[in-house]
Design a protein around this ligand. Structure first.
Ligand code: 13P
Length: 336
């Protein structure tokens, strides 16, 4: 078993998943403004420190993805944030892309940037305690999208990123996210997601990536937000598994889904069903941002210096996600 494979398994095994707390300052400002909290470095840290010192970190969270600002911050007691995370048994991670920019010659599509100087940045993040990383390629769905150009260029960037990350001794999360926006059917989402993931693996293999030392972070297969095709949670689970079975090589240890705008309950229910019928060898778990933090953020915004209510809310959500990662969640448990 390679060292990278060991790190990957530590993050995603035994019902543990990933807390994606790597919102850029821009995105975090939107989240905080939506609950009437001013977005300052201190307030961003305050909320995150409350989550990272919650009890559920020990049982339910195998890794936390941080943003550049947060990995360099220290707690109110002077402990570096990566140390706080490691002390609960979770692995500190870091988002290393610098965001999705307009893709030249393809109107409305994005290419993720951040390769320039990446090798040097990775060394610094390793020294700060990071042992895994994230890079998100983002694709819209329409009749023309994602275009071949978006599929090829993002797969190429993801592979170059993954190679540099493994070279620096960390596990790359490879995240190709097909967005929910649009009126496409779930079958269109299935076909396009499969095409994108297959291309990502073509490039990862070309770049000699150790596939046992990555974690794939895909979207679930859903109908577009504006689509009339309202599929059941069971169909979501079946189609998601069909997609991954057909496009992910067997060496990959696990898959950690993004929540992508699903409600907390939907994201939990779908993951639970995926695990109930998981007919693959892959571990299937969560790497949720909004679906782990939304309720906690609302509660926190009512009293930003109060810790207990926010932690109770986060602990509950993390516990529900962890049960779903083992296929042991049920709706009744939500109210217990
Ligand atoms: P969501 O779960 O809110 O989609 O965020 C996960 C993530 O890290 C997106 O890159």
């Amino acid at each position: 078993m390679s060292d990278l494979n060991k790190i990957a398994l530590k993050i995603i095994s035994n019902g543990k998943g990933i807390l994606a707390a790597d919102e850029s300052n821009g995105t975090m400002t939107k989240r905080l403004t939506s609950v009437n909290v001013t977005s300052t470095p201190e307030n961003r840290l305050l909320f995150r420190e409350i989550l990272f010192s919650s009890e559920s970190m020990k049982e339910c969270i195998g890794g936390v993805i941080l943003y550049d600002e947060t990995i360099k911050q220290t707690t109110s007691l002077g402990k570096p944030i990566p140390e706080l995370i490691s002390s609960s048994g979770a692995v500190p991670g870091i988002k290393v892309d610098t965001g999705a920019k307009d893709l030249a010659n393809s109107s409305g599509e994005k290419i993720t940037e951040g390769l320039d100087g990446l090798r040097v940045r990775l060394k610094k993040y390793y020294e700060l305690g990071a042992r895994f990383t994230k890079w998100r390629g983002v694709y819209s769905i329409s009749d023309e999208h994602p275009s071949k150009l978006a599929i090829y260029s993002n797969a190429h960037s993801l592979a170059r990123y993954a190679a540099l990350v493994q070279e620096s001794g960390m596990v790359p999360i490879v995240e190709p996210e097909l967005l929910m926006e649009g009126n496409h059917s779930s079958d269109v989402c299935l076909n396009k997601t499969s095409e994108v993931i297959k291309k990502c693996f073509d490039e990862l293999i070309l770049h000699k990536i150790d596939l046992s030392g990555i974690i794939l972070k895909p979207n679930m297969i859903l109908a577009g937000e504006q689509s009339k095709d309202k599929i059941s949670n069971e169909e979501v689970a079946h189609k998601t598994l069909k997609c991954l079975k057909g496009s992910v090589p067997g060496e990959v240890p696990g898959i950690a889904f993004l929540s992508g705008g699903q409600s907390e309950i939907e994201a939990t229910k779908n993951l639970n069903l995926i695990n109930n019928i998981n007919n693959t060898k892959f571990i299937m778990t969560y790497s949720y941002g909004r679906a782990l933090q939304q309720s906690a953020l609302k509660i926190w915004s009512k009293n930003i210096d109060g810790i207990e209510a926010t932690q109770n809310t986060f602990n509950h959500r993390a516990k529900m996600c962890s049960l779903a990662a083992k296929g042991k969640w049920s709706y009744e448990l939500e109210s217990k």
